[in-house]
Design a protein around this ligand. Structure first.
Ligand SMILES: CC(C)(COP(=O)(O)OP(=O)(O)OC[C@H]1O[C@@H](n2cnc3c(N)ncnc32)[C@H](O)[C@@H]1OP(=O)(O)O)[C@@H](O)C(=O)NCCC(=O)NCCS
Length: 184
């Protein structure tokens, strides 16, 4: 299926646009925002390449990476990004990141629910997974609130920046099957 834009109660999920650069740069260059990622904070050049890659994701047909800029309906501000990505070989996987000024307002949970709806209802997927650092309570908090099950705890699985000591990090993996998905 081709890329589609979607929406939820408070959020619009649209294609990346060049005007998203300032907020994406603010997110991806910031240590607090990037603490639990395997990659380092990004420089301007990295973010420009990432933005162009995101724009291209929406042009592929069939689409294998539903990558969205997340926009607040009531102000029009871009507050983060998310994706539902899969290939013939890899399971469908969710990811999300919000600008730190917008954490703890339930937007992450709203994103997760919307991506599950896209995956199960629109794309007819069978199983969807997500993973995160075991210290990333916000990320696995979303997974639990949207009904995903913890399936694995990988010990010292990847080198994370954990705000730059590059420690070996544990990772949780969560999953949900279509028959477990509860629309509400
Ligand atoms: C992960 C992230 C998207 C969470 O977004 P959010 O909008 O704050 O999430 P929600 O407000 O929907 O919170 C969901 C649940 O997670 C838990 N949670 C969220 N932030 C938490 C925190 N700082 N400490 C403890 N629990 C937290 C809570 O259980 C919360 O539910 P509650 O508010 O009803 O108690 C956000 O923290 C973020 O962008 N982090 C940086 C990028 C990142 O780490 N992305 C994930 C990579 S795997």
């Amino acid at each position: 299926m081709h890329y589609i834009e979607i929406e939820s109660e408070r959020l619009l999920f649209r294609k990346y646009e060049n005007r998203d650069f300032p907020v994406f740069y603010d997110i991806l260059s910031n240590l607090e925002n990037m603490k639990y990622r395997s990659s380092e904070p990004k420089n301007e050049d990295d973010v420009r390449k990432y933005l162009q890659w995101g724009i291209q994701c929406a042009e592929q047909n069939p689409c294998i990476n539903y990558r969205y800029a997340v926009v607040l309906k009531h102000t029009g501000e871009t507050i983060g990004s998310c994706e539902l990505a899969f290939t013939n070989k890899d399971p469908a996987e969710l990811a999300w990141e919000l600008h730190r000024n917008y954490w703890r307002k339930g937007y992450g949970t709203e994103i997760g629910k919307t991506l599950l709806k896209l995956g199960f209802e629109t794309l007819g997927l069978r199983r969807i997974i997500a993973d995160c650092n075991t210290l990333n309570m916000g990320s696995y908090g979303i997974m639990e609130k949207i009904g995903m099950r913890r399936e694995a705890h990988y010990v010292k699985n990847y080198r994370g920046n954990s705000a730059l000591n590059y420690e070996w990090c544990d990772k949780y993996q969560y999953a949900i099957l279509r028959e477990e998905w509860n629309v509400n």
